[in-house]
Design a protein around this ligand. Structure first.
Ligand SMILES: CC(=O)CC(=O)SCCNC(=O)CCNC(=O)[C@H](O)C(C)(C)COP(=O)(O)OP(=O)(O)OC[C@H]1O[C@@H](n2cnc3c(N)ncnc32)[C@H](O)[C@@H]1OP(=O)(O)O
Ligand SMILES: NC(=O)C1=CN([C@@H]2O[C@H](COP(=O)(O)OP(=O)(O)OC[C@H]3O[C@@H](n4cnc5c(N)ncnc54)[C@H](OP(=O)(O)O)[C@@H]3O)[C@@H](O)[C@H]2O)C=CC1
Length: 293
């Protein structure tokens, strides 16, 4: 029996969580957005409003749709606020122990027939599912960044995911107007299995002095027609997330070709995580981004 999804919970209100809340609310679903602090949630609501307003200005949506979408989103700092959701999508940081703790706390209050999903970029869905009380109702729903603009969502079944959960997730993603690519549950799935080694190689290219930041990005934008250069894209994704994905690939596939570039490690250790901390391969604190090497 397929589960009817009317109310969606989103855990983590960073760039991906607020994007998921945005598209779900625009599609007419009720949304409960959860994060660890009121400050984070306020800033996420302001971002969602800003992104909806841009869509109004570009005549993609109406002013009425913007208002109604915002009214459909409530925010909460507690797991209790998510208890009656039909689907909860976890989109907190790419750290397995953080996600496992979230699922533990969530399952203690969430209604038993609800579906639990993760927006993880790389971590095993089967392993995450095993940390819940409902592996058959657990699934990977992997959105792309920026969520309101990107067409694709990957769906990943864990070993125990049942057909009703898979069908409900398909129906949900289709309702959001997104296309689906189904991936088997292997490290980093499809998009990041291909994209992240390319980004990591761009960082090695910088590390080994083959080119500077501007040359590498210009090369791939103008020479391969990528919409963003790989270093600009790394900053956009978040260097902490890029590193976590490379670590999952390296550990999960045990192949040295996935070794994270030491320069990526250094940036993350410095807390230079890209756009979200205003510094990464570019410095975003001025009027326009300036390369940091
Ligand atoms: C890591 C993972 O697990 C998986 C991933 O997501 S990997 C990353 C996948 N994403 C990509 O590869 C993105 C590559 N980049 C692109 O496709 C394009 O640069 C882009 C679609 C992001 C923007 O396209 P663009 O037209 O050149 O950008 P730009 O003119 O700056 O923005 C166009 C509109 O996009 C929207 N937009 C841009 N960034 C946005 C964001 N972060 N959130 C919401 N909307 C955004 C705005 O509405 C903007 O309109 P304005 O003109 O009002 O600013
Ligand atoms: N960035 C990308 O391009 C993509 C990322 N993803 C995946 O989406 C997830 C989120 O990434 P992204 O949005 O970029 O990351 P961000 O760093 O932008 O946001 C993560 C958010 O989760 C919050 N958070 C941390 N711990 C908890 C918790 N215990 N409970 C609730 N919220 C918490 C963080 O708060 P605080 O900062 O205060 O700790 C922050 O607001 C990751 O799994 C990532 O791999 C998937 C597709 C694309």
């Amino acid at each position: 029996m397929s589960v009817m999804i009317n109310k969606v919970g989103v855990i983590g209100s960073g760039q991906m969580g607020n994007g998921i809340a945005h598209v779900a609310a625009l599609a007419g679903l009720k949304v409960v957005l959860n994060d660890v602090s009121e400050e984070r949630l306020k800033s996420a609501m302001a971002t969602i409003n800003g992104n909806l307003s841009r869509q109004v200005a570009k005549k993609i949506i109406s002013e009425d749709a913007r208002k109604q979408a915002l009214e459909r989103i409530v925010s909460t700092e507690t797991m209790d606020g998510l208890a009656d959701c039909d689907l909860v999508i976890e989109s907190a940081v790419e750290k397995e122990e953080v996600k496992r703790k979230i699922f533990h706390d969530l399952c203690a209050v969430l209604k038993p027939d609800a579906i639990v999903a993760s927006n993880t970029s790389s971590i095993s869905i089967t392993r995450l599912a095993a940390s819940t009380d409902r592996p058959e109702r657990f699934i990977g729903i992997h959105f792309m960044n920026p969520v309101p603009l990107m067409e694709l969502v990957e769906l990943i079944r864990g070993i125990a995911t049942d057909d009703a959960t898979f069908d409900a997730a398909k129906e949900f993603v289709t309702r959001l107007g997104k296309q689906i690519a189904v991936s088997e549950d292997f490290p980093a799935f499809i998009v990041n299995r291909i994209l992240l080694p390319m980004i990591n190689e761009a960082i090695y290219t910088l590390y080994e002095g083959v080119g500077n930041v501007e040359a590498i990005d210009a090369a791939m934008k103008l020479g391969a027609h990528h919409p963003m250069g790989p270093l600009e894209l790394a900053d956009f994704i978040g260097l902490d997330t890029c590193l976590s994905i490379m670590q999952v690939l390296h550990e999960g596939l045990a192949d040295s070709k996935y070794r994270p570039c030491p320069l990526l490690v250094k940036y993350v250790e410095a807390g230079w995580l890209g756009r979200k901390t205003q510094r990464g391969f570019y410095d975003y604190r001025g009027e326009k981004p300036v390369p940091t090497r």
